[in-house]
Design a protein around this ligand. Structure first.
Ligand code: GLV
Length: 329
């Protein structure tokens, strides 16, 4: 063992090639069995490590950092980083990195597919067929709502939101409205024909509402009973952002009472547990947090996380830091 080489933890199973690449630079402790560490186990595994390769499932907070003052960088293999307490990272001068851009189009494809699946009742009708209940054609069997020409509402108009808007506007002739912390520049809005509206207007006017905003204290339950009550009874709601942005109990109730037509969810509060109120209702499409899951994109995400870890610990410039201000210290 080379005492000079930094030690890093790869907290979850990842492509063997990525681990091998890291081994060329570091003493690597990996987790090929993909054991899910408790916080205490993660804290313990990080002892003596200068860096960590994590996924969105590992929570790194002030306690974990305080127990590991030698830790200099956490490279998260996800664009979202709500699992990392960035304030705690900043005050301790620890770098966090994420994997933006490489997953934008893949995630937008999946968000659009989920929205279409909800609008056209694909999961619900497929389950009906598998149950052997399909005995005849009927004029009103699984009638849903059109996607083409409808109003697409986007809450959170970042990279992925804009990619979904582009699909809707250019491919399906949709009218695009959005709400975001900040309004896009006119030259970004124009090619999408996107109109900035307040949140209440977005809720009232969307035929298909897609959530693509980051999960923060401010966006917790951004869609709850009051917001669902503003939506059209024919509308669909799609969430490819994070669990916790939607109040899953309120959504389950709204779907059961058909206060909105359908939903499509890739993320859940407390996942991998799914609220029973959502499992019980037919008019929701449920997928296990796989919006970025294509082979090519997962490889790009792993490689970008590795690029960040290697650069941060070998004197390079990490390509996608979340808190670059700690690099300037
Ligand atoms: C996945 O959820 C990600 O944030 O990349």
């Amino acid at each position: 063992m080379d005492a000079e080489r930094p030690r890093v933890l790869v907290a979850r199973a990842v492509f063997p090639e990525t681990v091998e690449r890291l081994r060329a630079h570091f003493e690597v402790e990996d987790n090929p069995g993909d054991v899910l560490f408790t916080k205490a186990q993660l804290t313990e595994r990080l002892r003596g490590k200068a860096g960590a390769f994590t996924t969105g499932s590992e929570r790194v907070d002030a306690q974990v950092l305080d127990a590991n003052p030698q830790l200099r960088v956490v490279a998260n293999m996800a664009v979202g980083y709500n699992n990392l307490d960035i304030d705690a990272f900043n005050t301790r001068g620890v770098l966090a990195t994420n994997t933006p851009d490489v997953l934008t189009e893949t995630t937008a494809d999946f968000g659009f597919a989920l929205m279409m699946a909800a609008a056209r009742r694909m999961a619900e009708s497929e389950h009906f067929l598998r149950r052997g209940e399909w005995t005849r054609w009927r004029y009103d069997m699984f009638t849903g709502s059109d996607v083409h020409g409808a109003t697409l509402g986007i809450l959170g108009m970042g990279r992925i939101g804009q990619a979904i808007a582009r699909r809707g506007a250019l491919g399906f002739g949709m009218r695009v409205i959005y709400h975001n912390r900040s309004r896009l520049a006119p030259e970004q809005e124009a090619p999408l024909g996107a109109h900035y509206v307040d949140k209440a207007t977005l809720l009232r006017e969307s035929d298909h509402l897609v959530l693509v905003l980051p999960y923060t204290a401010q966006s917790h339950h951004a869609i709850g009973a009051a917001e669902l009550a503003l939506m059209k009874s024919t509308a669909t709601l799609t969430n490819v952002a994070r669990g916790g942005i939607v109040d899953d109990v309120a959504l389950g109730q709204a779907l059961r009472e058909r206060r909105i037509a359908a939903a499509a969810l890739d993320v859940f509060e407390g996942e991998p547990a799914v609220h029973p109120g959502l499992l019980e209702v037919p008019n929701v499409v449920l997928t296990p947090h796989i919006a970025s899951a294509t082979v090519a994109t997962r490889r790009r995400m792993a490689e970008l996380a590795a690029d960040n870890l290697i650069a941060a610990l070998t004197g390079g410039v990490p390509p996608t830091p979340v808190n670059p201000q700690v690099l300037r210290r």
